[in-house]
Design a protein around this ligand. Structure first.
Ligand code: NAD
Length: 478
């Protein structure tokens, strides 16, 4: 697939090139060749986008509509996405290598569900009326906060973008989205579809470009931005937080992870291995929530290792456009270099691969590493590839301590058939999301975020409402 038209910014309802005409290539990780030229945004493009969003917020209809009107438009957009599923799915597949069988179905449906959920949540949200002191009436309002900067990663492009945009828009804000430079295509198309669905110009703007010293940094630093919602690496979060300090802008961060899957001897082992393998290798391991450390009670360790190695070896690598493909290439040359460097260092440190390793092109086969120690870099650092370490434990205390022994705290999976253990261990894990006998089942009403280096704040349901609105108290002497 080669695209003749460049992928432009989308500002004030119109696709538009960079002011200086600069572009960057988007590389298809399957062919390792550029498939599209993308507008390379700079400060002046960010200025234009923020001005458009500011003007739409200060003077446009969006924050002034009734909630029912706003929610109706977002619901219409949620219906437009599945109608364009093949196109949207292919844009993400060509940009970052995720299998088309999933981008076209799961990702588009979950993106539509994000929009529908927040349209409904905002429509249902109520404020408080409080019995005040005698002669007084007190009530609260949640008002749109202003211009939101949404800075997103490449691992599920459309899904990540809608997870940010849906609540920001539903609660009446306007948005400037900066998608990851590796996966820009679906964002511009989403913004075009939003205008076709009836969203007023300037409500959702997209600026493409790189992060440091590019559009990302310029957007985070822009004084016209009121709130920043960011998903990406922890180090990038630190850089954005420094920018946000000027003007004391609020941030909501979903950052890196180093999740653990804890398999106890009383678990349904067959099911536990299937779910733990999915948690480790889905999306070629490029999931912040991935269970990259599997901790197994020693009595069932050999059995689990044997099954896991077999399951990993059976996953089908291939062209992500082919329906049978389960593991696509890694998203970019830089990312492939990073993951393979992790594998080399792990081997130098003494880890042994029972299966997997680098393949031709940018594929890495699902890799299972043993003989690792808790201190090794492979056990501590986020790899963001299809690589899992597997460690034995004897007691529940030991398992919990090992799971908690990283600076991250995003996800953990517990496999057990004992109810008391499930609750007890879930309570002791330092992780924002704990799944018991399952993985990645989401209820959009629940808080999503991480402990420690995995994030700041929570999004989802009323947590998103808190972040994306200004709460006001009105006290009346009547
Ligand atoms: P990244 O931090 O490199 O980039 C994410 C976005 O930030 C991109 O749009 C990039 O251009 C922008 N950016 C980079 N530097 C910037 C700066 N100085 N100022 C402003 N913007 C900047 O992350 P990535 O490689 O795209 O994504 C992978 C990372 O994202 C992994 O660490 C993964 O764990 C994390 N992630 C977390 C979650 C979560 O929910 N916690 C979900 C998905 C991905």
């Amino acid at each position: 697939m080669t695209r003749l038209e460049p992928i432009d910014h989308f500002i004030d309802g119109v696709t538009t090139p960079s002011a200086d005409g600069a572009t960057m290539p988007s590389v298809d990780p399957t062919t390792r060749r550029p498939w599209a030229e993308v507008a390379l945004g700079a400060e002046q493009d960010v200025d234009r986008a923020v001005e458009a969003a500011r003007s739409a917020f200060d003077h446009g209809p969006w924050p002034r509509m009734t909630q029912q009107e706003r929610s109706a438009l977002l619901r219409r957009l949620s219906e437009v996405l599945p109608a364009n599923a093949a196109e949207l799915g292919m844009l993400d597949t060509v940009d970052m290598g995720r299998p088309f069988s999933l981008t076209r179905t799961n990702d588009v449906q979950r993106s539509a569900a994000n929009l529908r959920f927040f349209a409904d949540h905002a429509a249902m949200a109520a404020d408080d009326s409080l019995p005040g002191q005698p002669g007084h009436h007190v009530y609260t309002r949640h008002e749109p906060a202003g211009v939101v900067a949404a800075i997103s990663p490449w691992n599920f492009p459309l899904m990540q973008e809608t997870w940010k945009i849906a609540p920001a828009l539903a609660y009446g804000n306007t948005v400037v989205l900066k998608p990851a430079e590796q996966s820009p295509a679906s964002a511009t198309r989403l913004a075009q579809l939003a205008v076709e669905a009836g969203l007023p110009p300037g409500v959702l703007n997209v600026v493409h470009g790189v992060g440091p010293e590019g559009a990302g940094q310029a957007l985070a630093a822009h004084p016209g931005v009121d709130l920043i919602t960011f998903t990406g690496e922890t180090r990038t979060g630190e850089a954005i937080m420094r920018e946000a300090a000027a003007g004391v802008r609020a941030v909501s961060f979903e950052l890196g992870g180093k999740g653990a899957s804890l398999i106890f001897e009383d678990a349904d082992i067959e099911r536990a291995v299937a779910v733990a393998a999915d948690a480790a290798f889905a999306n070629a391991g490029q999931i912040c929530l991935a269970g990259t450390r599997i901790l197994v009670q020693r009595t069932v360790y050999d059995q689990v290792v044997e099954r896991l190695v077999k399951t990993a070896g059976q996953l089908r690598l291939g062209d992500p456009r082919e329906p049978a493909t389960e593991v696509g290439p890694l998203s970019s040359a830089e990312h492939h270099a990073k993951v393979t460097a992790h594998l080399r260092r792990a081997a130098e440190d003494g880890a042994v691969a029972l299966t997997g390793g680098a393949r031709d092109g940018w594929w890495v086969a699902p890799t299972v590493l043993v003989d690792t120690t808790p201190e090794m870099r492979i056990t501590q650092e986020e790899v963001f590839g299809p690589v899992v370490t597997i460690h034995p434990f004897d007691t529940e205390d030991e398992a919990v301590a090992a799971a908690n022994a990283t600076r991250y705290g995003l996800s953990a999976m517990v496999f057990t058939s004992r109810l008391s253990r499930a609750h007890r261990v879930a309570g002791r894990l330092r992780a924002g999301n704990v799944w018991v006998n399952c993985f990645w089942v989401r209820d959009l009403r629940s808080p999503f975020g991480g402990y420690g280096h995995s994030g700041v704040g929570r999004e989802g349901g009323r947590y998103s409402r808190e972040f994306f609105t200004e709460a006001k108290t009105v006290v009346m002497n009547v």
